[in-house]
Design a binder for this molecule. Structure first.
Ligand SMILES: *[C@@H]1O[C@H](CO)[C@@H](O)[C@H](O)[C@H]1NC(C)=O
Ligand SMILES: *[C@@H]1O[C@H](CO)[C@@H](O)[C@H](O)[C@H]1NC(C)=O
Length: 285
């Protein structure tokens, strides 16, 4: 009798474990691989938290296990506190190869008390040079804040705490390549870039403050997963991002952020483009 009840309990345990796996779908153990600086990257709290650190010997990084073709990607991030000058923490989507597409968030550290810069860029068919930079309206080192990329066939929207800060529209009709054929992975890394990051490289990393640590949580890819040439999207009830455009409320928020917090915009840099601004500058607010 004892042995038969034992046999019965085996499948029910297996079922309980499958259920747990579904409930905790957003889990760094399941969603990402640590790809750089092994011992400098740690997954903690049963997969709910991931930390990247940087010292003189190495930085660190991770990438999503899945490749995606369109999606809404969110992560909560608490940046390096105190003196983070010279460091860059990045969270971005990228495909591979010389004609790759890429959608970037990079957080440029600063001296204690001086503001971080959020540096963004969009590469299509291997060509970038589309930098826009922003200050934040909060201290990104104090709490976890949400940074998101929405990517669908018509528009890319960068969000900070739910507010749009930048858009890149599909204007293939006037000859600007748009990222829509190459699946991308999420990548994140923390590295030393004191040759350019802080005040254009004038402020160097203070290694006596190392290790520098950034923390990630709540990674969520509500996205179409690419596998063997096929893209599988979430059910219709939960993929409103797939057809999302910039409504008037979002456009007003975008304008407000750009008016008050934008530090650099390639579309205003006439010196850099003496032959004329890139064509997307006329449509991307
Ligand atoms: C760092 O702080 C200085 C002084 O406020 C500021 O000019 C600069 O834009 C800040 N950010 C970076 C990344 O240099
Ligand atoms: C639906 O999408 C939202 C926003 O991306 C996400 O937070 C939520 O977990 C998703 N729900 C389901 C059931 O997948």
């Amino acid at each position: 009798m004892a042995s038969s009840s034992c046999i019965l309990s085996v499948p029910s345990l297996a079922m309980a474990m499958a259920f747990i796996t579904l409930v905790y779908a957003a889990n760094f153990y399941q969603d990402v691989d640590i790809t750089w600086g092994n011992d400098h990257a740690k997954i903690l709290n049963n997969g709910q938290l991931l930390t990247l650190s940087l010292d003189k010997s190495s930085g660190s990084g991770f990438q999503s296990k899945n490749e995606y073709l369109f999606g809404k990607f969110d992560v909560q991030l608490k940046l390096i506190p105190g003196d983070s000058a010279g460091t860059v923490t990045a969270f971005y989507l990228s495909s591979q190869g010389s004609t790759h597409d890429e959608i970037d968030f990079e957080f440029l550290g600063n001296l204690s008390g001086d503001p971080y810069i959020v540096h963004t860029n969009v590469f299509t068919q291997g060509k970038g040079n589309r930098e826009q930079q922003f200050y934040l309206w909060f201290d990104p080192t104090k709490d976890f804040r949400t940074y998101s990329i929405l990517w669908n066939p018509r528009i890319v929207i960068f969000y900070v705490d739910g507010r749009p800060i930048r858009v890149f529209k599909n204007i293939e009709s006037i000859g600007v390549p748009y990222p829509k054929n190459q699946p991308m992975r999420i990548y994140s890394s923390l590295w030393n870039a004191d040759d350019w990051a802080t005040r254009g490289g004038r402020v160097k990393t203070d290694w006596s403050k190392a290790p520098f640590t950034a923390a990630f949580s709540e990674f969520n890819a509500n996205a179409c997963v690419w596998s063997s040439g096929v893209s599988s999207c979430p059910s219709r009830s939960n993929n409103s991002w797939l057809s999302q455009e910039l409504d008037s409320t979002s456009l007003a928020m975008l304008r407000m952020v750009q008016k008050n917090y934008m530090v650099y915009n390639y579309c205003s840099d006439l010196k850099r483009f003496p032959q004329g601004l890139p064509p997307e500058c006329s449509t991307n607010t």
